[in-house]
Design a protein around this ligand. Structure first.
Ligand SMILES: *Cc1c(COP(=O)(O)O)cnc(C)c1O
Length: 474
């Protein structure tokens, strides 16, 4: 048996390379990453590609070479589709991926601290809880609030709605009388969340929006009154601080007041817009966010982190814990400690120490860098909004945050603008996406990648000018 163990050990040890072997891999990876970043300026925002060589990398019995892996990564993964790291990415809601976050991820992965439970890694959990505290203060939540760093806004929304469901005790006997209110501009991850957390049988009321795509609070009030007189129980109002389509911010303070009056849970989806609180000018627009019961924010958008970080903040921290705690015999050593563990605030038990990727850039660059970068994006979007009109385009409302809508006036606007969008994708220098609003097709310019500066916006305007000329000739 000892012989067998020893022979297995020889092979097993290949999983744990020595320093010189590690340094070789570091070197190759570092060169790869540096080349990637150096070429970013010249890389297109969007590359159509089919990735045929990926299947060359089948999983084999014998190991392979890093150089082979990197070669395939370069063409088949890193240079295909949307270049989300690029300042030329102006579609959906960009973010970018601040490079030092990757160093945080690397350190977190190497040390593999168990960030789910305080007992297992007090430092990691304290650091994440400090970040949550900072965010609670940023939105104006009291010290009794708590939250969780999730993988993104969608999972954060699940945590919010689970907590809302538990606090309001939505059960089979009352679910069909419980009402949820939101606008057609709500993000679809909340429709998913409603389904997943078992609220699909609630009554859902679509509240219309005004011409700035903000919730019409007059209709909201009327609907609530009507529902109460019909014997229904208003349960949840969902507002958005920065809608994905247009960047609109619902009247948060007014909705807060209505929610108080009818004793509903008040959820604010600030996945896109929340971090604009760092910009003084935007504080007024986002006023009322602190009156919510739950708020979702996405650091992988507004703090420009790599994909994989969302945040849920819940005003009643105890309610969050109560809705997410179950005891297990094998975790008895971890009970009875004062600090709240992430595992008690989330469906996740074991999790990546994802706080480090957020904490590191905030500490290295300071808040001022983020404030300036966010404010710059607001002005860039306003600049685009003005300039695109000079090119003869029709636009949506003045940007509330950093998204603007535009389309070219044509007798057949949807057909023309679809063709224009296709030309933009084919050109690929800058990436933009489209949306349908009340049936009409609009192209969007979303400015939130931290690498988007004046040069990129001017380049995008040039690309649109070129594409427009091509379409008009055709
Ligand atoms: C991006 C976004 C979401 C979803 O968040 P993910 O991080 O993609 O899961 C929800 N709401 C809004 C307003 C968003 O912009």
């Amino acid at each position: 048996m000892i012989e067998k163990i020893k022979s297995l050990e020889v092979i097993a040890r290949s999983l744990d390379p020595k320093r010189t072997a590690r340094e070789d891999l570091w070197q190759q990876t570092q060169t790869y990453v540096e080349d990637f970043l150096e070429h970013l300026d010249r890389q297109k925002g969007y590359l159509e590609a089919e990735c045929p060589k990926l299947s060359d990398l089948v999983i084999r019995e014998e190991g392979g070479q890093m150089s082979e892996v990197l070669n395939i990564m370069r063409t088949e993964i890193d240079h295909a589709g949307i270049t989300s790291t690029s300042g030329r990415h102006l579609g959906y809601i960009p973010g970018g991926a601040i490079w030092v976050s990757a160093l945080g991820d690397l350190m977190a992965a190497v040390s593999n601290k168990y960030a789910g439970i305080y007992y297992a890694s007090p430092g990691a959990v304290l650091l994440e809880n400090q970040l949550i505290r900072w965010l609670c203060e940023l939105i104006g939540f009291p010290s009794t609030a708590h939250g969780n760093l999730s993988s993104g806004g969608s999972i954060a929304s699940l945590i919010a709605l689970t907590t809302a469901r538990e606090v309001h005790q939505i059960r089979s006997h009352n679910i069909r009388k419980s009402v949820i209110y939101y606008t057609p501009q709500m993000h679809h991850c909340l429709n998913k969340a409603i389904q997943i957390v078992g609220l699909g049988e609630c009554i859902c009321r679509l509240i219309p929006v005004n011409d700035r795509f903000e919730m019409d609070t007059g209709v909201l009030r009327q609907q609530l009154e009507q529902d109460v007189s019909a014997g229904l129980s208003p349960f949840l109002i969902i507002a958005t601080a920065g809608t994905t389509d247009t960047g609109a911010v619902d009247p948060l303070e007014e909705i807060a007041e209505i929610s108080r009056q009818y004793s509903t849970w008040y959820h604010v989806d600030a996945a896109y817009g929340g971090f604009f609180l760092l910009v003084d000018e935007m504080k007024e627009k986002l006023k009322g966010i602190g009156s919510a019961d739950s708020v979702v924010m996405d650091p992988h958008k507004g703090l420009f982190l790599p994909f994989g970080t969302g945040v849920i903040l819940i005003k009643d921290g105890q309610a969050l814990v109560k809705a997410h705690t179950k005891e297990a015999n094998y975790l008895i050593d971890a009970y009875g400690l004062d600090e709240i563990s992430p595992a008690d605030c989330s469906p996740e038990l074991t999790k990546h120490f994802r706080g480090l990727r957020m904490w590191l850039p905030l500490h290295l660059y300071g808040l001022q860098a983020f404030r300036a970068c966010l404010e710059e994006k607001i002005f860039l979007c306003r600049y685009f909004h003005e300039e695109i009109q000079q090119l003869g385009f029709e636009v949506g409302p003045p940007p509330a945050l950093s998204v603007t809508l535009f389309r070219y006036p044509d007798p057949e606007p949807d057909i023309f603008n679809k063709a224009l969008l296709e030309a933009i994708h084919k050109d690929g220098r800058y990436f933009m996406s489209s949306t349908r609003i009340e049936g009409a097709l609009w192209i969007r310019c979303a400015v939130l990648n931290f690498r988007t500066h004046l040069q990129e916006i001017q380049g995008a305007l040039q690309m649109i000018t070129d594409c427009l000329a091509t379409i008009k000739q055709a």
